[in-house]
Design a protein around this ligand. Sequence first.
Ligand SMILES: [Zn+2]
Length: 328
Amino acid sequence: MARPENPELTVGIDIGGTSVRASVVDPQGRLLDTLRTATPPTSDSLEHCLHRLVAELQDRWAVGAVGVAIAGFLTPDRQVVRFAPHLAWREAPVPAILTERLGIPVFAEHDGNAAAVAELHFGAAAGGHNSLVLSIGTGIGAGMIMDGRIYRGSFGVAPEFGHLTVVPDGRPCSCGKRGCWERYCSGTALVDTVLELLASHHYPRSALAAESESDPGSLTGRRVAAAAADGDPAALAAYGDLARWLGYGLGMIADVFDPDLVVLAGGVGAASGLFLDDAREHYAAAITGSGHRSLARIRGTQLGESAGVIGAAQVARQGLAARAAGSQ
Ligand SMILES: [Zn+2]
């Protein structure tokens, strides 16, 4: 039997390229219960998966709405997912489809914006005026806060920094272009960089070198992070490369946006202790007029990999509140 709805609690769902995470979140941004599974390949199997996750959480908690964070282009009203490079939805009215299927109000948000909402309300961007929340994971998601509000652009797709070309004719990207920023600054980029380094340099004390020799397909971004924390020289060199590209990209963004604060979120951002000091130096050197202008503070996330689900849950809470205000 379904429990009565409780608008105080909402479910946030973060649909990433590799995994789906669903959490019950309270109004203070605290996680009460979390489920995680692999991202299904088709839109029907994904919708079925979301239904199953929410139903399981509803068995334990009374929730008022669901927020879904999606890595893709949404219309400015957030009613239609136009394109999501890692998901099957195309021109799909996802909130309506899921509201019907789940039997509970569902709201959608771009995943970068969801993380920015979470950091703004509960985390490292609290009090930020013109802030950038960069979610570095499988790729790069971003949310911009201008004058304290999420900036969406004219057609709902801003900002899409991950696919700025930083290396003409560089590494191929799933978006169809080459040399995109996220191909040099992400968890997947870390793996590619390690493999390139191992092919061109000799690292006699690297555990990653031994592992990739015995099973070349086994490396993951998480494994590179763990190896770097253990002092693996190939992993540390890959983080050095990531820090350089991060500083370079932030320099370009600062020349357009001039932020006062940059928060690094996502799986890679959550391990920012491995590269933050380096990235700050590269950023300070890359920015135009270096030495003669104020630099944005760059700090790691306070919410870790939970920023997406916390933000999605907050979007659901805001969506319910807006509906209630509209019906009065
Ligand atoms: Zn791309």
